[in-house]
Design a protein around this ligand. Structure first.
Ligand SMILES: [Zn+2]
Length: 144
C-alpha cells in the first residue's frame, strides 16, 4: 500500500526526467568551465555546453511542473482558508444583488413597466428603444 502511494506522489518518469536534467546541466556547466579554462579555443564545447544547459533547464522546469501545481493548489487552499469569511460575505452580497435585480425586473413586469416591443425597435447606433416608425433616434439623432 505504501509503495503504491509513493508511486502516486512522484511518477517514475519525472524522476528520470529530473536525473537527465541534472546530468545535462552538470555536463553543460562542466563543458563551459573546461572551454573557458583551457588555452585552446574550443567552440564545440561552448556550443555543446550551452545546448546541454538549455535542454537541461527546460527538463528541470518540466519535471518541476507537478511540484509547482501542488504548491499552487496548496497556496490557493491557504488563501481561501485565510479569506473564508470575506469570500462568504462576497458570495452572499452577490446573491443579494442578483436577487435584488430579479425582484426589480419582476416588479417592473407586474406593474407593466416593460412594454410590448410590437411598436418599438432598437436604434441602430445607440441601441436605445425608439418607436418603430421614427426616422431618427430620439436619443442620439441617428437616421434609422
Ligand atoms: Zn440612437
Amino acid at each position: 500500500m505504501e509503495n503504491n502511494q509513493n508511486k502516486k506522489k512522484t511518477p517514475k518518469g519525472l524522476i528520470i526526467l529530473g536525473v537527465i536534467a541534472f546530468i545535462l546541466l552538470a555536463g553543460g556547466i562542466t563543458m563551459i568551465v573546461i572551454s573557458s579554462t583551457s588555452d585552446t579555443e574550443s567552440p564545440g564545447l561552448i556550443i555543446g555546453g550551452s545546448f546541454a544547459i538549455s535542454i537541461g533547464s527546460m527538463l528541470t522546469f518540466i519535471s518541476l511542473i507537478p511540484l509547482i501545481q501542488k504548491g499552487m493548489i496548496k497556496l490557493n487552499k491557504h488563501i481561501i482558508e485565510q479569506n473564508k469569511q470575506d469570500l462568504k460575505d462576497i458570495s452572499s452580497a452577490t446573491g443579494d444583488i442578483a436577487s435584488d435585480g430579479v425582484k426589480t425586473i419582476a416588479k417592473s413586469a407586474t406593474e407593466g413597466h416593460i412594454e410590448a416591443m410590437d411598436d418599438k425597435k432598437y436604434c441602430k447606433n445607440c441601441g436605445k428603444i425608439i418607436d418603430n416608425d421614427s426616422k431618427f433616434c430620439s436619443h442620439c439623432g441617428t437616421e434609422q
